[in-house]
Each structure stands twice: as C-alpha cells, then as structure tokens.
Design a protein around this ligand. Structure first.
Ligand code: UD1
Ligand code: CA
Length: 473
C-alpha cells in the first residue's frame, strides 16, 4: 500500500529575470498561469495534501488560484529551497511521503512523477542535458551510487563537468525530511538553505537514494526568463498538437496551432494554420475551420464551415452553418441549423433561426431572427439607446432590404418585406411590404462647386459623342 502523499510546490521566487511586475508563477503558459499547470499535475497524483509555498506577491498568487483545494504556506523571506520546504513541513504528518515540485517547472507529467511518489527512501528526478550550466550536478561514487548534489556555484571544476543534473523535483518520507531540513546549514556559496543537501544527509543516514530520469528532458525545463517561457510554450503546444493529431483531429499545420484550454471533437474535423482555440471548445463531426480563426468557449456542430479570420466567443453554431470569412460572433450568439453569417458581420446575443442569412456587412445584436429570414447587406439592429439595450424580433421568411436600420424595440412579422434603406421605428406587419424612404429628387443643371468650369459638352457640340459623355463605371 502506498503511503499518504503530500505535495509541496515551491513558488516563492520573485522571478526577477522575467522583468515583469507579475509574480513569475502567474505568467501565462497556454493562456493560464504556470502554477495552475503544476497544481493540475499535483492533483492528478491523488495526494492527501497539497501545499503551495508562496512569498513575493503571495496574496495575488493565492487569489488567482482560490478554487484549488490546497494549503497556502507563506515563506516570509526566500532563504532557499530547503527553507521553503521546511515552512510546509509542520503541517505534514510523519507517515506521509513528500513530493517537492517547482511552480516554474510546468511540463512535468503525472506519469513521470508516479514512480517517485510510489518509491522508497529519497528519489530525485535527474536528467542528462547537453549543457548543464546553472543546474545542481548529481555526484556519484565509484560504484555508481548517488552521494550528493552539488550546486554549480559550489562545484569544483571536475564536478562542473558532470552532465547529469538535478531537475529539483524529489520525493522523500516526511519524517526523514523533517530531520534533514532541521539540520541544514547555509554555509555555501549562495548563503541559502539547500533542499539538495538532503541527498548527502540521506546517504549519511543510510536511507536509500535513487535518481530517476525523465523520458523527455524537456519535461523538467524550468522557466527563469521570457526566452525559456517562449520555449516551454512552444514545447507545450507541440505536445498538445501531437496528442490531438493522434486522437484524430486534423491540424493542417500542427506547428501553427494554439490551444489555450480544452477541445473536444468528433470525426473528420480539420483546422487550417494559425487558428487559436481557447477555453472549452466542442466540435462535432466534419467541422472545418479555415485559417486564422479564433474560437473561445463555443460549440460548433456537425458539418459547420468556419471561413478564414473568423472570431467566435461564447456561441453555439448549429449543424451545417456557414460563417465568415471575417465574421465576429460575440457572446450569446446561437445559430440554428444551416444559418449563414458572412463577411464583416457582427452578432451579439442573437439567435438566427434555421437557414437564416446575414451575409454582408451587418450588425445583429439583441435579436431573434426567424427561420429562413434574409438580412440584406448593411442591415443594422439599433439595439442601444444610449442607456438601455432593446430587442429586435424578425419573423420567419422575412426579407430585410439592404441598408435598413431596425430601431429596437421593434418587430418584423413573418414573411414581411422591408424596403431597402428603411429606418424602421415601429413594428412591420406580416405578409406586407413596409418601406420608409424619401423619394429621390433630381435638380437639373445643379453644379457641384468643386466642378465649376468642368461642365459637360453643350447639347449642340459635335466634339464628343454623347454616348461617351454618359458612360459610367
Ligand atoms: C534548484 C536546485 C538545483 C536544480 C535546479 C533545477 C537547490 C539548492 N538547487 O536550483 O539543484 O538543478 O533547482 O531548476 O534546490 N524557491 C522558494 N523559496 C526559496 C527559494 C526558491 O520557493 O527560498 C522556489 C523558486 O520559486 C523556484 C524553486 O524554488 O520555483 C527553485 O528555486 P531556484 O532559486 O530557481 O533554484 P535553483 O537555484 O535554480
Ligand atoms: Ca537560486
């Protein structure tokens, strides 16, 4: 039977090298904090306790993760990783096994950590890297047993040549850690209490020490500056893209796809380059998403086609809908089966019935649009009077002529036609044409001031054939 587990996440560092006003663990990876990734990994291990050691900006860090069932432990001064762990130990019973994670090492997976948690004695996660600069080195004796970790700043030239590094993540029994942490000294190059000194202490106590290796050294990458954050973001996105491809989501250019949340999908969906999915996105079967499209918290049902450069937020797209290119569907948009929203159309809190169309240059806000209704180019629902929002209702099979403004609250009946250019300020009845438009007047011979001296040829002129003068583009 496995011992009860306490995870301690070290997150007190300032992160000076990020050159940001934000605490480091609040920096975003795939749209959410570094710490939230580590918390999810910790919780996936099913531990009895999770402790997060915070320091700089602590209140902000705790407030940003208030939903997580964890204990927040303040480390008032950053005296080293050993001191940070010691701050959490008073709350951890002796029979627990402690796993130490870092708030700035977000890619490590539960599968990699599982053996450390299930193991005995002190187990640390090591990696062999081409350039060990900056890391603690794993020092072994002639028989190959791990005897110590030496920090780079304390290492002699021979030790610096070792390419086996400590990732910093380790597990040990709480009772042993308590004893080792109480005996730490800060007599080293950095004047800090090193968690890594636990290794030599374990060897001295005869507690078994084991270094395990990560399958993928990238998993243990830590983040100290924006270069490393960008590299880890890229590694994360490539890993997610491979996972989605294996699951059957066709990413046309996996290296140009961004996921900041979760996506569920049916069969034969395809996503062109440069798309971003955020929050919770659900795609049915046969959904095609063209280049440059951004989806946030939305449902797209079977067979829908999203044209290039479309932005959809908190919306539901019914089966077989056609959207974009260049459409913006804002929160509360619901498109029923086969509806169409074309280029330069914006919708908000609007329901378009089955087969309804708004194909060009239109704003539909706070509106109900009936089945098969057609909104002509440039239709605008005037939903806001400067103080309140009002609703527009358009019946089934209604036809709204181009360039019309529907001044809400207003209703258009079923099968009603609104003449092009109408400003509708009262309800339009069903089965009738409503048009509000002043007649065009022509004032013959009127001359635009800017055209003085550029009159057309006199009627009796034979210099230019009349047909040329009348020509228009
Ligand atoms: C540490 C390890 C080193 C390892 C490296 C891997 C020690 C002494 N050294 O070095 O062997 O190769 O990680 O990245 O442990 N933190 C606190 N409170 C503190 C100090 C640190 O919470 O007082 C947190 C930091 O926020 C960070 C983590 O602990 O998340 C590691 O601290 P950091 O100073 O970056 O350790 P390194 O010097 O890189
Ligand atoms: Ca340090």
């Amino acid at each position: 039977m496995r011992a009860p587990v306490a995870v301690v996440i070290l997150a007190a560092g300032k992160g000076t090298r990020m050159r940001s006003a934000q605490p480091k663990v609040l920096q975003p990876l795939a749209g959410r904090s570094l710490l939230s990734h580590v918390l999810d990994t910790a919780l996936a291990l099913g531990p009895e306790q999770v402790h997060v050691v915070y320091g700089h900006g602590g209140q902000e860090v705790a407030a940003a993760h208030a939903d997580y069932p964890v204990h927040w432990v303040e480390q008032p001064e950053q005296l080293g990783t050993g001191h940070a762990v010691a701050c959490a130990l008073p709350q951890i019973p002796d029979d627990h096994r402690v796993l130490v994670l870092y708030g700035d090492v977000p890619l490590v997976t539960p599968a990699t950590l599982e053996p450390l948690v299930d193991g005995h004695g002190l187990e640390l996660l090591a990696a062999r890297v081409p350039d060990p600069t900056g890391y603690g080195r794993v020092i072994r004796d002639a028989a190959g047993g791990v005897v110590a970790i030496v920090e780079e700043k304390d290492a002699d030239p021979g030790q610096r040549g070792v390419d086996e590094i400590n990732t910093g993540l380790m597990a040990a029994p709480a009772a042993d850690l308590r004893r080792w942490m109480a005996a730490l000294s800060a007599d080293n190059a950095q004047g800090e209490y090193y968690l890594t000194d636990a290794v030599a202490a374990a060897v001295a106590d005869g507690v078994p020490v084991l270094a395990r290796f990560t399958a993928d050294p990238g998993e243990a990458s830590g983040i100290n500056d924006l270069v490393q954050l960008a590299e880890v973001e890229q590694a994360y996105q490539r890993r997610e893209a491979r996972r989605l491809l294996r699951g059957g989501l066709r990413l046309v250019a996996p290296e140009r796809f961004t996921l900041r949340g979760q996506v569920r999908f049916g069969t034969d969906c395809a996503i062109d380059p440069d798309c971003t999915l955020e929050g919770e996105v659900a795609l049915g079967d046969n959904v095609h998403i063209a280049q440059g499209t951004v989806l946030r918290d939305c449902v797209v049902e079977d067979g829908a086609r999203l044209g290039p450069y479309t932005v959809i937020e908190q919306a539901r797209i019914g089966p077989g809908c056609r959207i974009g290119p260049f459409a913006h569907l804002r929160p509360g948009t619901v498109l029923e089966e086969g509806a169409r929203v074309g280029n330069f159309v914006e919708t908000k809190a609007a329901r378009l019935g089955p087969g309804a169309k708004a194909n060009h240059l239109t704003y539909v806000g706070d509106a109900e649009v009936g089945a098969r209704a057609n909104l002509g180019a440039g239709t605008i629902t005037c939903n806001y009077d400067g103080a309140r929002k009002h609703r527009t209702r358009i019946g089934d099979d209604a036809f709204i002529g181009s360039g019309s403004q529907l001044v809400a609250p207003v209703q258009v009946g079923d099968r009603a036609t609104i003449g092009a250019g109408t400003t509708l300020t009262s309800d339009a009845p069903a089965d009738a044409l409503t048009v509000a438009r002043s007649r065009a007047r022509t004032i013959p011979g009127w001359q635009h001031p800017g055209l003085t001296g550029r009159r057309g040829p006199p009627d009796d002129s034979d210099a230019t054939p009349a047909s040329d003068g009348a020509k228009e583009e």
